[in-house]
Each structure stands twice: as structure tokens, then as C-alpha cells.
Design a protein around this ligand. Structure first.
Ligand code: NAP
Length: 259
């Protein structure tokens, strides 16, 4: 498939490892010029070195507005603009819906929504002017089927979906698409941490917890990072030009509802 990504400029957040890293790697392999960010420059540099292909490393904690604004400025200066923006962030701590402090809600909302939208708002005018843009949000299967003990994720990620769907209709005629990808269970460090936390909470072994999780996935296994990244590469490509306002599931069939 000719993706048309050669020479396109991409910014991927939360990309020192896991899903963000996989997406950055997938875009770079298609010839895109990729900037990646994470909370430490060392982490981003190590990931950029691993990918090779002139990937540019940056620092950006999505919870810190000064770093967010500096990132936009520095990446725009380095690449001359951004055509593809991948809104990814670290996952929030697991926990019940009851008893989350107001400070924690605010902090998570800033890091997982407010500052991501802030980045998009600064990069959208360039995309609209050039008549090409791709905004891809990494969300979670929890927006369709809430996941027990992940209350913050279940509550905040739907905001990105509502924002993205509204934005999609505003910018579609300018050649800018806005989509989200919902991972089910993809084998990353985050998933290992969640399985470990779940094991501790329920008094089971991590192996038992993972086996029970796999049993709930029709494909019978966790997804690979590359399988998730492939969906993002497609959405970023010129081939996905008529796809906007959608949520793409990469979940091995895990989400049981049709909508
Ligand atoms: N894996 C799954 O199956 C799955 C399922 C549903 C939803 N998700 C969500 O998808 C996102 C990515 O998941 P993942 O599995 O790739 O997680 P991961 O393996 O923990 O990787 C997270 C990445 O984000 C960076 N990061 C963490 N906090 C950040 C922050 N405040 N600002 C900027 N970057 C930050 C991390 O780098 P540093 O630590 O170096 O900053 C790392 O590069 C998360 O929001 C997760 O909750 C994942």
C-alpha cells in the first residue's frame, strides 16, 4: 500500500516506549520525519536512537503546560510544521470511581485532555492552510466499555472522543481528519503494571490475572505493539482521507458491543 507518508512531518507524544513508540517507528518506516516526546530527554533520545531514521527527540510532560508550549515551538522550528499529530499520554493510576481527590481529577484532566487539545489547537491552523492534516488520539476500549478499577481513564478519555468528533466536522473540508484508536490489551509496560496491580488487589498471581484477561479476548492473546501501530499508520496515510470522526478498535475482538 502506498501510504503517501514519505516526507510528511509527525509529532508523537508519549513515545519513548509502548504504543507511542510503535506509532513513531511505524511512521518513520514509511518515510515520515518524526519528532517524539516523553517526560525525559534521555528516554526520548534512547527511543529515537532505537528507531534511527533521523527521529528527533524532545521532552514534554503532558501535565506541564510550559513544556507543552515549548514542544510546539521547538518541533515547529525543527520540522517547519506538523502534518500528523498523535495525541498519546501516560495512563492514569488505576482505582475506583469513589474517593478520587479533586486534585487528582484536575491533574489527570490537564495531562490527558486540556494540554493535548492545546497542542492540537496550535498546530491546526498550519494543517488547515496546507489542506492536509491528521490528528490521531490514543484512547482506550474503556470509552466504549468501561474497565473496572480504571475510573480516571474511563471518565476522562471520552472527553477526547467528544472533542475529536466535534473537531472532525469542523475541519473535514480542509483535508484534516480527526480519529481515535481504542486499544484493548496491547502488550506494553503499562499493561504489565495494570496486571500486577490487579493481581495485588485481588490476591491472585500475575499469571492468573493475565490468563483470565486473555480468556476474555476472542483472539486469545494480547495484541502486539506493531499491530496497534499499523492502525495509526493507516489513519495517518493518504489512503485514510475519507475516514474521520471515527474510533478504530484494535482489541482482538474484546469489546463485545457493536457500537
Ligand atoms: N497498552 C494497552 O493495552 C492500553 C490499553 C488502553 C489504553 N492504553 C493507554 O494508551 C496510552 C499509552 O499506553 P502504553 O501501553 O504505551 O503505556 P506505556 O508503555 O506506559 O508508555 C507510556 C509512554 O508515555 C510516556 N508518558 C508517561 N506519562 C507521560 C506524561 N505525563 N507526559 C508525556 N509522556 C508521558 C512514557 O514515557 P516516560 O515515562 O519516559 O515519560 C511512555 O513513553 C496510555 O494512556 C494508556 O493508558 C493502553
Amino acid at each position: 500500500m502506498e501510504t503517501g507518508l514519505n516526507g510528511k512531518r509527525a509529532l508523537v507524544l508519549g513515545a519513548s516506549k509502548g504504543l507511542g513508540f510503535g506509532i513513531a517507528q511505524g511512521l518513520a518506516e514509511e518515510g515520515a520525519r518524526v519528532a517524539i516526546a516523553s517526560r525525559t530527554l534521555e528516554g526520548s533520545k534512547a527511543a529515537a536512537d532505537k528507531i534511527g531514521r533521523d527521529v528527533l527527540p524532545f521532552i514534554c510532560d503532558t501535565g506541564k503546560v510550559d513544556q507543552v508550549d515549548a514542544l510546539v515551538k521547538d518541533v515547529t522550528a525543527a520540522l517547519g510544521g506538523v502534518d500528523i499529530l498523535v495525541l498519546n499520554s501516560g495512563g492514569p493510576p488505576p482505582g475506583k470511581a469513589q474517593g478520587v481527590s479533586s486534585d487528582q481529577w484536575r491533574q489527570s484532566f490537564e495531562a490527558m485532555f486540556v494540554n493535548l487539545v492545546r497542542i492540537a489547537d496550535q498546530l491546526l491552523p498550519g494543517m488547515i492552510e496546507r489542506k492536509f492534516g491528521r490528528i490521531i488520539s490514543v484512547i482506550s476500549s474503556g470509552v466504549i466499555q468501561p474497565i473496572p478499577n480504571l475510573a480516571i481513564s474511563n471518565a476522562i478519555r471520552p472527553a477526547l472522543v467528544g472533542w475529536g468528533k466535534t473537531l472532525a466536522s469542523e475541519v473535514a473540508s480542509a483535508g484534516v481528519t480527526v480519529n481515535a484508536i481504542a486499544p484493548g490489551r496491547i502488550a506494553t509496560d503499562r499493561l504489565k503494571q495494570l496486571d500486577a496491580a490487579n493481581a495485588e488487589r485481588t490476591g491472585r498471581s500475575v499469571e492468573d490475572v493475565a490468563a483470565a484477561a486473555r480468556a476474555g479476548i476472542p483472539a486469545g492473546r494480547y495484541g502486539e505493539i506493531e499491530e496497534f501501530a499499523a492502525a495509526a499508520v493507516f489513519l495517518a496515510s493518504e489512503k485514510a482521507s475519507f475516514m474521520t470522526g471515527s474510533i478504530l478498535r484494535v482489541d482482538g475482538g474484546q469489546i463485545s458491543s457493536t457500537t
